[in-house]
Design a binder for this molecule. Structure first.
Ligand code: NAP
Length: 467
């Protein structure tokens, strides 16, 4: 560090991280681990609770994955770390407020919304995005008021072949008593207990070799108690392009998926009364309804062709068929939403950047002091751990830029929040809420009993402050 720039003990580098999911925590960790850098990190979240998709996205029956929060707790224990929960950028604070108080700002805001398919019928009753279903069963305050009536539906279509499609399928067909011990929201458990869903049809627009799910996830579906994973041999069979693509460019995961689905296709229908049917090379072209509710997915069969980058893509064959279903979940990927005052690429749903430095537009000028990590940077891909290397890369850019910063006085965010009467949640407040939720969970035989409204969270936090 240059003596006159921030980053020394008498004038630490002051960084705001907006978003407290994995990418935000890994950015904080990389900053704290930078040798010779003295840094204070203030992390903001619009919810009173931290951890982003680890709390609100990871499925309740994947508690092992949620265990990563122990790593984040260690990062939060650093003396230079502060948490400001229940503070929303754009509502309680504006970007200019952050630039007045910090040398650098990191947007770790993830992808809050989801993609639509752009086909007729998406507005019908009984057609949902996986994002809202996942948020609902995970007790995310933004999705708690959603209604999913599972008691009338026996057959459901899940569109997409990613890991979110796997999560939705598993939660729909899993024994609810297994989920009862997890941190699933009570309202979801009640609905799942009265569910009549017996069959999920998984619709993949490309072939088995191009499925985006992890081998471990599809295997877990096959291992679901009381449920058969059914793959027709004609669906599992690889076309010539896929065989060549797998040999030349396919990942190990793609080969394992293809092998597993071939093996699965020899097992026939099975004897369980619950089924997951995998169909490949089928693109939904229309959702049809009766009385305002979805009753059918019209499907066009596809073949694969090689695009100019050598990637197999689907192309319609003008041959159609239908699946009779009473509910549809589209799990076709997440999408970012813009933040006032922060550049945004409307086509990709991400913040334009070069090596993590925010740009005015794709290929445009850098916005000094503004950085991006995680899904807001690279789009909704990768597993939780992918964010570690990604955040480190952005932090390298931040550290390189820090040496040319002026050590000018910065404002105090505490004063600003107090002036605006923003009731923010500190890390100690969160730890109290965390304890409350786990103790409540224990008394109900669950891992955790999540509070699902911001008001209820703030009430508990308030009572613990007073106590
Ligand atoms: P994803 O992995 O990108 O999968 C999206 C799926 O939707 C793909 O199969 C895609 O097909 C399909 N799709 C996209 N547009 C479509 C359309 N118009 N019609 C039909 N199908 C369409 O996204 P995701 O499942 O939302 O997951 C996001 C990220 O989170 C992934 O990296 C995932 O691995 C991760 N995640 C991990 C876990 C876990 O580890 N347990 C759990 C959940 C999520 P194409 O391939 O043809 O585009």
């Amino acid at each position: 560090m240059v003596e006159t720039s921030p980053g020394i003990s008498s004038r630490p580098l002051r960084v705001a991280v907006v978003g407290s999911g994995p990418s935000g925590f890994y950015a904080a960790e990389a900053l704290f681990k930078t040798e010779g850098l003295s840094v204070c990190v203030d992390m903001f979240d619009r919810l009173p609770t931290p951890y982003g998709l680890v709390r609100g996205g990871v499925a309740p029956d994947h508690q092992k994955i949620k265990g990563v929060t122990r790593v984040y707790e260690k990062i939060a224990a650093h003396e230079g770390f502060r948490f400001f929960g229940n503070v929303e950028l754009g509502r309680d604070l504006q970007v200019e407020d952050l630039t007045a108080c910090y040398d650098q700002i990191v947007y770790a805001v993830g992808n809050e919304s989801d993609r639509s398919m752009g086909i007729p019928g998406e507005e019908l009753g009984g057609v949902y995005s996986a994002t809202e279903f996942v948020g609902w069963y995970n007790g995310h305050p933004a999705f708690c008021d959603r209604q999913f009536d599972l008691s009338e539906a026996t057959r459901v279509a899940v569109i997409g072949n990613g890991n979110v499609a796997m999560d939705v399928t598993r939660v729909l067909l899993q024994n609810p008593e297994t989920l009862a011990e997890t941190d699933i929201s009570d309202h979801a458990l009640t609905q799942l207990r009265s569910s009549s869903v017996k069959e999920v049809v998984l619709l993949g627009r490309r072939g088995p070799a191009q499925a985006a799910f992890s081998p471990k996830e599809i295997k877990e579906i096959a291992e679901l108690e009381g449920c058969d994973l059914v793959v027709e041999p004609s669906d599992a069979k690889l076309d010539e392009l896929s065989v060549r693509w797998l040999a030349e460019k396919g990942s190990r995961a793609a080969q394992r998926n293809a092998d597993f689905l071939t093996e699965q296709s020899t097992k026939g229908e099975g004897e369980s009364d619950r089924k997951v049917r995998c169909r490949f090379l089928v693109s939904p072209v229309e959702l049809q309804g009766e009385g305002g509710g979805v009753c059918r997915v019209r499907i066009e069969r596809s073949e694969l062709y090689e695009d100019d980058r050598g990637t197999p893509r689907p192309r319609g064959l003008d041959q159609f068929d239908e699946e009779e279903v009473q509910l549809v979940f589209r799990a076709v990927g997440y999408r970012g939403v813009p933040i006032a005052g922060v550049p945004f690429n409307e086509d990709w749903g991400t913040i334009p950047h070069a090596e993590g430095r925010v740009l005015t537009c794709e290929g445009g000028e850098p916005c000094p002091g503004h950085y991006v990590v995680g899904w807001a940077k690279r789009g909704p891909t990768g597993l939780i751990g992918t964010n570690s290397a990604d955040s480190k890369a952005t932090v390298e850019s931040m550290v390189a830029d820090a040496s040319s910063l002026s050590p000018a006085e910065k404002g105090d965010i505490n004063t600003l929040l107090a002036d605006r009467s923003v009731d923010f949640v500190s890390w100690t407040d969160w730890q109290n809420l965390d304890r409350h939720e786990t103790e409540m969970g224990e008394s109900k035989g669950k891992v955790r009993d999540k509070l699902i409204s911001i008001e209820a969270m703030m009430d508990v936090i308030g009572s613990m402050r007073d106590g």
